[in-house]
Design a protein around this ligand. Structure first.
Ligand code: NDP
Length: 248
């Protein structure tokens, strides 16, 4: 159904949406696109000046003022996320959507050469932080009529691939987390899905494929219809799915 989805100024009006990794790459474009579609955005990310730039860009476009939430997912603890949930509850009194987008690639290498510290970092940022954030935000998400949680997967989260090590494992875990949550909430309107962006022109893609010409790749902007579709009420009832992005 999302194949025919078109983004409108009102697609996400009255919605409050948290985007992780909102300072760069796909997350940055998603935050700006959601704001243009009428949402109030909570910009979560590690590098504050990147978040400030996105904040200013959204304001300059005349969209609703976003809020900045600087947090390093690598080191944040359960109490940091509980604090985050209270801040969001206090400031917005609601939460309609979460886009789990932040991830790190780690090093692509043979499995036995993965350093334990790198494996732990990838799992902490890509998986464990999502567990803690969902746990902290579920009470707030359940209060909203049609809340939507979207995780970001990858083709290596569906089929293991040589040398993609911890990153691949982390994306399988993300698909699993989404399925468990979707099944637990199958009798409610709260929905959980994964998005696979496919090869997209970002820093992460350039790190994984340094010899590739980025101009041959679709941009983050091209894949936004699927992101807005999952955050909008049009996708009500869609849950437990792992969607590939269609592009403009
Ligand atoms: P980028 O590397 O361009 O952006 C990643 C974002 O995550 C940045 O905003 C970064 O913030 C943030 N981030 C990384 N580590 C942390 C941390 N410890 N704490 C908080 N934020 C953090 O990646 P993409 O935009 O390419 O990827 C976005 C998502 O899409 C990822 O989940 C990725 O796995 C997935 N994906 C991407 C594909 C592609 O071709 N690009 C293909 C398939 C999946 P900062 O800049 O401040 O470090």
């Amino acid at each position: 159904p999302h194949l025919a989805f078109e983004i409108h100024e009102q697609s996400l009006s009255n919605k409050v949406i948290l985007v992780t990794g909102a300072g760069d790459g796909i997350g940055r474009t998603a935050a700006i696109t959601f704001a243009q579609a009428g949402a109030e955005i909570i910009l979560l990310g590690k590098t504050v000046n990147k978040l400030e730039k996105v904040h200013d860009e959204i304001l300059e476009m005349g969209c609703k003022q976003p809020c900045i939430l600087p947090l390093d997912l690598r080191g944040a603890t359960e109490s940091d996320y509980e604090g985050m949930a209270s801040t969001i509850t206090g400031q917005f009194k609601r939460l309609d959507g979460v886009l789990f987008n932040a991830s790190v690639l780690g090093n692509l290498c043979p499995f036995e050469q993965i350093k334990a510290s790198e494996y732990e970092e990838v799992m902490q940022v890509n998986v464990n932080s999502q567990f803690l954030i969902v746990k902290a935000l579920l009470p707030l998400l359940r209060q909203t009529a049609l809340a939507s949680v979207a995780f970001t997967t990858s083709s290596v989260g569906r089929s293991g691939r040589a040398f993609w090590g911890a990153y691949s494992v982390s994306k399988f875990a993300t698909e699993g987390m989404m399925q468990v949550l979707a099944d637990e909430h199958k009798n409610s309107t709260l929905r959980f899905n994964c998005i696979n962006p496919g090869a997209t022109r970002t820093n992460m893609r350039a790190k994984a494929f340094p010899a590739e010409d980025p101009k041959t790749l679709k941009t983050a902007d091209d894949i936004m219809p699927t992101y807005v579709y999952l955050m909008s009420d049009i996708s009500r009832g869609i849950t437990g799915q792992s969607l590939d992005c269609q592009f403009k």
